[in-house]
Design a protein around this ligand. Structure first.
Ligand code: GLN
Length: 491
């Protein structure tokens, strides 16, 4: 490939994926920053919200995040077997845009329909676009692929910065539905650019897996039946034929996700005919999975409890202007862009001296930073109890530590799952990586509801509990890193 036809020295197709993911994350994070504010906002005033309780709203937020990442698993299956990854991304992007436009309709009746469309669309897009990134590189180009993922991670964070900036401003200052609409417009830009530049991907992720026609026809049939079934269940729910208690549902969903993930690991371990090395790698990936789920349960507080702390107990004035609540969240992506090269440099430097920490140790570092971020919040809560509102430096510092944690865990986890998964199962293993995000998301909603149930009073005990579990899991990871002595091997 000629140099003029590359993207920062990478296959030119990365540009297509970079921009699509950027717009998708702009819409995802932009909308998500408004979600609990809208659900718990007062029903009167210039920008009326839905007036729901914190417990309910946080649980719905958790279910939403959980479903978004859970749907990555069937989305991956559909792409692998029927659609091909490129088509799945395109269809997903269109459905996401439709979801945001549905949320932009200023009535509450279509609220859940909008959320469900975003869930289904993201299921088709998020995992599959990450898979195509990997497919741009030949076998043996692992180092290059890793740095491709790092560039891709930048697009995520540039997109979310843009989302917080635009959607939070429009949603909070003009009207919630304007913010949701802006997310839809962002995703529409993503759709247009994907269609225009899809050819740059060549055949990476263009075709589904090879299989004979009869088998494919059978799988298409299964998916049709499932889709029709899903359609009826969703329609019945939206029409009010049954109601769901969000908190109860979130709890059951958390168990469900944990059991599904556990059984899947077990299935792979016992029945997938793996070699001894593949099995050893799988144990390591399972350990990382647990660390990641715990990590995201804190990380996803940003649009949950921390968002409410910003709204209710933080002084948001800057030079006389009250900034939108959601703007505090863009410290996370901005810090990612600033610190990602530094972290990459530190790991490279340590590796050159043979001191590169093992994967569980890096994950433990991630969790310790996450714990530390909540120690900062404990101080902020304490101060707010004495005199509210507090300065925004507390949340900024919290996001700084969370971002350092994220950088020790998230990009590294993604590349570990692409490198050390049994080759035949890489697609599904990516699904498992996102299942950790799903579990984290639901837990975030449950913990956030618990934290805010009684206003400021109930926050400290919950954050205290979270700090303890980060600490415990970090220690377990450190101990395990001594037990799992053998370095993981690519197979
Ligand atoms: N911030 C990253 C993204 O949006 C990771 C989020 C996650 O896996 N929970 O892709």
């Amino acid at each position: 490939m000629s140099n003029s036809n590359t993207f920062f020295g990478h296959p030119i197709g990365l540009k297509t994926l970079f921009l699509t993911e950027m717009w998708e994350r702009m819409s995802y994070y932009g909308m998500r920053a408004l979600l609990v504010l809208y659900m718990t906002g007062a029903i009167t005033g210039f920008n009326p919200g839905l007036g729901w309780s914190q417990v309910e709203a946080q649980a719905i937020y958790g279910i939403y995040v959980g479903l978004v990442y859970f749907m990555v698993v069937p989305g991956g299956w559909l792409a692998d077997n029927i659609l091909g990854h490129q088509k799945a991304v395109l269809i997903g992007a269109i459905i996401i845009a439709l979801g945001h436009y549905t949320l932009a309709i200023p009535i509450t009746q279509t609220f859940f329909l909008g959320l469900l469309l975003v869930v289904l669309g993201t299921g088709l897009l998020k995992g599959n676009i990450s898979t195509i990134v990997g497919k741009l590189y030949d076998a043996g180009q692992d180092g290059k692929r890793d740095s491709g993922y790092t560039i891709f991670y930048m697009s995520i964070n540039i997109g979310s910065t843009l989302g917080f900036l635009v959607c939070s401003f429009l949603g909070e200052k003009i009207g919630w539905h304007w913010g949701f609409g802006a997310a839809g417009i962002g995703m529409t830009f993503g759709v247009i650019q994907f269609i225009k530049s899809r050819h740059l991907l060549g055949d990476a992720g263009a075709a589904p897996n090879d299989m004979d026609d009869a088998k494919r026809a059978k799988l298409i049939n299964y998916s049709r039946v499932t889709l029709i079934g899903m359609f009826f269940v969703i329609a019945a729910g939206l029409l009010g034929f049954f109601t769901i208690d969000p908190r109860y549902f979130a709890e059951q969903f958390a168990y469900f996700l944990t059991i599904v993930a556990g059984l899947y690991f077990l299935y792979l371990f016992i029945f997938a005919g793996l070699t001894a090395t593949e099995r050893r790698n799988l144990i390591l990936l399972f350990v990382l999975f647990v660390g990641a789920a715990a990590f995201w349960s804190g990380f996803d507080q940003s649009a949950g409890s921390l968002n409410i702390f910003a709204r209710d107990y933080t002084d948001l004035s800057v030079a006389g202007y009250i900034i939108p609540v959601g703007w505090l969240q863009f410290f996370n992506p901005i810090f990612v862009v600033v610190f990602a090269p530094i972290f990459a440099g530190v790991w490279a430097n340590l590796a050159a001296r043979n001191l590169d920490p093992s994967l569980p140790i890096k994950f433990a570092i991630g969790l310790l930073f996450m714990g530390l971020s909540f120690v900062v919040m404990l101080v902020a809560v304490e101060l707010a109890m004495k005199s509210s509102p507090v300065g925004m430096q507390w949340l900024v510092l919290t996001y700084l530590f969370q971002t350092w944690g994220e950088l020790a865990l998230s990009p590294i986890g993604l590349s570990a799952f692409s490198r050390y998964s049994p080759k035949k199962y890489v697609g599904q293993m990516f699904g498992l990586w996102f299942l950790a995000s799903a579990i984290g998301g639901v837990l975030a909603g449950l913990l956030g509801g618990e934290a805010l149930g009684e206003g400021l009073d109930s926050i400290s005990p919950v954050f205290n509990f979270m700090i303890k579990y980060y600490l415990v899991i970090a220690v377990i990871l450190i101990v395990l890193s001594f037990v799992i002595k053998a370095k993981p091997k690519e197979t």
